[in-house]
Design a protein around this ligand. Sequence first.
Ligand code: HEM
Length: 224
Amino acid sequence: MNWSHFFTSSVGKKIIMACSGLFLIAFLLVHAGLNACIWAFDGGEMFNKAGHFMGSTVVMRILEIGLFVFFIIHIVQGVVMELQNRSKRGSKGYAVALGNRGSKWYSRSMAILGLLILLFLIVHLGHFWIPNRSNQGWLLGEEINLFKEMKEVFSNPVWVLLYTVGVIALFYHLSHGFQSAFRTLGLTNHKYINIIQTVGLIYNVVICIAFIMMPISFYFGWVQ
Ligand code: HEM
């Protein structure tokens, strides 16, 4: 099998989804960890220092390009797979209706959950990343005060609600995605399945609670 066959074969596409997904999972851990500095209760000093480190070095800016490439690969490949699955199934649906016994609802709704996360992401980048990078002039110029920006954005209950819905969609997307990625890569034999499921659940719960608590903490003035 040559490379062009690999990328268009169904196994190749699943491997690409799994690898890009695992990269994004790693990014979310770093992102939540850095953002957790808002709970240092120091007026955002530590958080802004962490943000400055992430946004002001050439290495980080190159990694950032990689991050966006992975996001795009994951989204495009996900859309292609969903459309192909739909056209294969046609309008007939499955021959045997398995109902809820075949799979969980969120496993069957990965595309719609992904779309919700994408909408959240567009709004989210518009809130922080775009103002910050345009202030920096795309090179390594002066950054905005991201802590102050968060305080302002999350004083609006509409954004608090939207972020909560976005992160709930992320929770269900990852509930399927984490295990599915390991299965695709052949890492879920019966010896490791319990460990992978437990690690996936702990990761998912911790990350999503942390993300949901950020807008809520600002809204209720628990951090200022
Ligand atoms: C819900 C709580 C969240 C808060 C408060 C938050 C906050 C922030 C802030 C302040 C930045 C700006 C960083 C910068 O410009 O240097 C940022 C960047 C970013 N966030 Fe979030 N974020 C949250 C959740 C998420 C989630 C769930 C995702 C992904 C699904 C995400 C994806 C991103 C991406 C891709 C960037 C740009 C990364 C970069 O700077 O290169 N964020 N976020």
